[in-house]
Design a protein around this ligand. Structure first.
Ligand SMILES: [Zn+2]
Ligand SMILES: [Zn+2]
Length: 124
């Protein structure tokens, strides 16, 4: 909140929001549970802005699709993203207000679409 006409344009301050590359939702980077958000809570898509291999920012900036759920040893869920351009993988923690329907759909996908016939288990 500054009306100071001499204030610098926002080149120094980092913004606290980003626009989702897929659904356009304006997302605040601060999650309600205190963490830092890396993906959209509505569609769970992300953007490739961090270079996980070299460290630091990435200039790829392509869309990252959520492809899987991973469960940490602590029981926390992690969303695995894959970049649509360079295929780099990234993982980020699930936030409390992430879309539970999308999360569940991803979590059960391997069970709903097994790559082998379930009959192989026989009659149990
Ligand atoms: Zn979104
Ligand atoms: Zn990328």
């Amino acid at each position: 909140m500054s009306n100071n006409p001499n204030s610098q344009p926002s080149s120094v301050l980092r913004t606290d929001t980003f626009d989702c590359v897929r659904c356009g939702l304006t997302v605040t980077t601060h999650a309600p549970d205190g963490g830092r958000r890396h993906h959209c809570p509505s569609c769970l898509h992300s953007r490739h802005v961090t270079d996980r291999v070299a460290g630091g920012p990435s200039d790829c900036r392509a869309r990252m699709n959520p492809i899987a759920i991973a469960v940490l040893r602590t029981g926390d869920w992690t969303v695995v993203h894959r970049c649509t351009r360079c295929r780099e993988l990234a993982a980020g923690p699930v936030s409390g207000d992430d879309n539970q329907l999308v999360l569940m759909r991803m979590a059960v996908r391997p069970l709903a679409q097994p790559p082998f016939p379930l009959e192989a288990f026989g009659d149990i």
